[in-house]
Design a protein around this ligand. Sequence first.
Ligand SMILES: C[S@@+](CC[C@H](N)C(=O)[O-])C[C@H]1O[C@@H](n2cnc3c(N)ncnc32)[C@H](O)[C@@H]1O
Length: 263
Amino acid sequence: MPGAGSVNRISSRPLYSTLAWAYDLIIAGPVSDRCDFVQSMATQRGVLPGSSILDAGCGTGSYSIELAKRGYAITGLDNSSELISLASAKAEKVAVTAIFQVGDILELPSRPIYDGILCRGVLNDIIGDPSRRQAFFSLARALHKNSILILDVREWTSSTLRKEREPVFERVVEVNEGILTFRAVTRLDKKTRRLCVAESYVLERGDAVRTVTEYDFVMQCWTPDELHSSLIDAGFGSVVYFGDYDSDCPAGSTDRIIAVASV
Ligand SMILES: C[S@@+](CC[C@H](N)C(=O)[O-])C[C@H]1O[C@@H](n2cnc3c(N)ncnc32)[C@H](O)[C@@H]1O
């Protein structure tokens, strides 16, 4: 570990690489409740336990593991090898069977092999129109007919309002090594609909060793129209939208869009 006061600037997002071990501490969500919604949507479309589901951009595998516990045949895929290692170890620890593999959602197998795909919080990481369109064609090609896609993204207009109001997000967590303070300050790039997030991770140990890691993370939000046309152009239909993982929460009432679609 570098000495007191050192600052690291690294080339990939720390939460996906050098500090992947802190991911679950910093980004926690109601996994089980969200999986209730996923399972209910899948059941409505005939995608039942036993079906093959791809968790595209699975992170540390929390959703993969919960869905595997519910009987789905899960493949968790992520382009971060650090997160995939953590996901595999987590599944092993709770004796859950799931396949975890390193891969890119832009380059999924170009034949139908899954009955469902969950793509949670991933598509904002895909920057630039060609890649964003490519992502939907890639997802569509990997799905059987009468399958299901469930995704969520940040919606641009309401994300703008929220981030103008609350540009700073901070979380302080106790970890084995000491205290980790995560701070994210968001600036809006209105021309490109991007959230430019200056992230800092400060790890302080009792013996006054302080390590600071800084990273500029960029996310590109979606408009409802862009999302809809990307789905339709790639061959998806029967599309419904929600504002949360809750069928009573209408689209437009939050800063996220949850889309459910079929090929
Ligand atoms: C915000 S995290 C969400 C993780 C997980 N889906 C969850 O809900 O906890 C975004 C994830 O997408 C992954 N990711 C981003 N771009 C990707 C790509 N092109 N292919 C595969 N994974 C990607 C990142 O490594 C990260 O694990």
